[in-house]
Design a protein around this ligand. Structure first.
Ligand code: UDP
Length: 329
């Protein structure tokens, strides 16, 4: 593969770059370094098969130029994290809408197969037991910027889908369900690295709302091989595929697990949503994937338990000493 990985310096993107390089592929990572970090790629510096290009997916010419020399595109660049979206609604929307359009257009023009990263957010407030890929979307008001990520990603999927169907190029849309692991920062909202940093610093664990909302966290190490395999073995037409973990936990339960696994003496502090995200914030109460389609297509079976995932983050943070959320926000 001659692959372009947009968002290659980010959390999932950098693990994907590692995996592709380890499997003998050539990789160009494109990243505007807004939420990505060079630290995530330090192990690849000097590797002749790898290059990091610092630039934006909004730079149409640059995107076109990079993709013209590739046969495979993994599009992961996006404005991510609830705090990013709520604090910067306009720039987030621009990146997530126009950036994806640029990437998919260039892939279509140059005949490169492509993957577009999407999210369980597209299901919105649908809290059914095991969301299948064709489950209904239940989004709040378009005038609430909180929904802009879900709305933009839904349109990204349509762009990916329509181009895929029209060009006949292999294309896959991956819907990630709360994917976590080492290198993910808590700076922009993600709960697991935040709780781990807080526990390691002995600070209060900030549980938003009543903590009874549930999530199903998936390991980055389980989903990366699946992403590559889905694109290498396309099913013949474009489809969206759920990828995530199997073990559901409440956010209060997650806080308890993190305290136990770090051996921390942190207390749990409940914070009203409006203090965390601003007035009128609507959270999803439950988000549980049905991964039957991924299992049917590629035999997807997540291997890591929630405790394995939390432990891998604890070990990474202990080695890395990332500051706690209180120190960064
Ligand atoms: N959350 C929390 N404390 C934090 C950060 C997040 O209780 O410091 C909650 C958040 O309100 C949500 C869940 O943890 O219910 C997962 O949040 P995250 O931003 O990781 O992902 P989301 O599922 O919201 O996209």
């Amino acid at each position: 593969m001659q692959a372009v990985v947009t968002g290659g310096a980010g959390f999932i993107g950098s693990h994907l770059c590692d995996y592709l390089i380890a499997h003998g592929h050539e990789v160009v990572a494109l990243d505007d370094m807004s939420t990505g970090s060079e630290d995530n790629l330090q192990q690849l510096v000097g590797n002749p098969s790898f290059e990091l290009v610092k630039g934006s997916i909004l730079d149409k010419e640059l995107v076109n130029d990079l993709i013209s020399g590739s046969d495979t595109v993994f599009h992961l660049a996006a404005a991510v994290g609830v705090h990013t979206i709520v604090d910067n609604p306009l720039s987030s929307l621009r990146t997530n809408l126009h950036g994806t359009e640029n990437v998919v257009e260039a892939a279509a023009e140059h005949g490169a197969r492509y993957m577009v990263a999407s999210t369980s957010e597209v299901y919105g407030k649908n809290d059914s037991d095991g969301l299948t890929e064709n489950a209904d979307r239940i989004l709040g008001s378009p005038l609430k910027s909180r929904w802009s990520y879900a709305a933009a990603k839904g349109l990204d999927e349509l762009v990916a889908y329509v181009y895929g169907e029209e060009t006949g190029l292999p294309c896959v849309i991956t819907r990630f369900f709360n994917i976590v692991g080492p290198r993910q920062t808590g700076r922009y909202g993600m709960v697991v690295p935040r709780f781990v940093s807080q526990a390691l610093a002995g600070e209060p664990i900030t549980v938003y709302g009543d903590g009874r909302q549930r999530r199903c966290f998936g390991s980055v190490f389980d989903i990366i091989p699946a992403v590559v395999e889905l694109l290498e073995n396309p099913s013949g037409h474009t489809q969206a595929v759920n990828l995530g973990g199997m073990e559901e936990v409440s956010i209060k339960g997650l806080a308890d697990r993190v305290i136990q696994l770090t051996g921390s003496s942190s207390e749990i502090r409940f914070i009203p949503y409006e203090d965390a995200y601003g007035a009128g914030y609507e959270d999803m109460q439950r988000r549980m994937p049905d991964t039957t389609l991924a299992r049917q297509l590629i035999g997807y079976e997540p291997q890591r338990s929630l405790d394995d995932i939390i432990m891998s983050i604890i070990e990474h943070k202990r080695a890395d000493a990332e500051p706690s959320p209180a120190a960064i926000r």
